[in-house]
Design a protein around this ligand. Structure first.
Ligand SMILES: [Zn+2]
Length: 105
């Protein structure tokens, strides 16, 4: 496992609160959502843990793009990057481990 669902995550210098819920504002087919004004990420709690991690990474990418001023975001591109990154990070965990800061909040 490359990561746990944290209670907070820092994106672009800002701390986002990470919550899990069975309710998504965007509808029942949505696995996660980010509010870059409220600094919250909401991840669906009734999906597989692996899908929760993928959803979190997906929302992190949205947050990175939000912070960079991308108001219009290509959902397929975000999905491709999140699935691609989760595979690379999971299969190469030694590359991304910072032994000085391994504490997960
Ligand atoms: Zn999305």
């Amino acid at each position: 496992m490359f990561m746990k669902i944290p209670k907070q995550i820092k994106i672009g210098g800002l701390w986002y609160e990470v919550k899990t819920s069975d309710y998504m504002k965007s509808g029942p087919n949505c696995y996660g959502e980010i509010d870059s004004l409220d600094l919250t990420i909401n991840i669906r709690n009734n999906i597989h843990e692996e899908m929760q991690k993928q959803a979190l990474l997906h929302e992190i990418i949205h947050g990175i793009l939000d912070n960079a001023g991308y108001d219009e975001q290509d959902e397929k591109l975000v999905q491709a990057i999140s699935y691609g990154l989760i595979q690379v990070i999971t299969d190469n965990p030694y590359v991304f481990v910072n032994t000085a800061e391994t504490e997960v909040k």
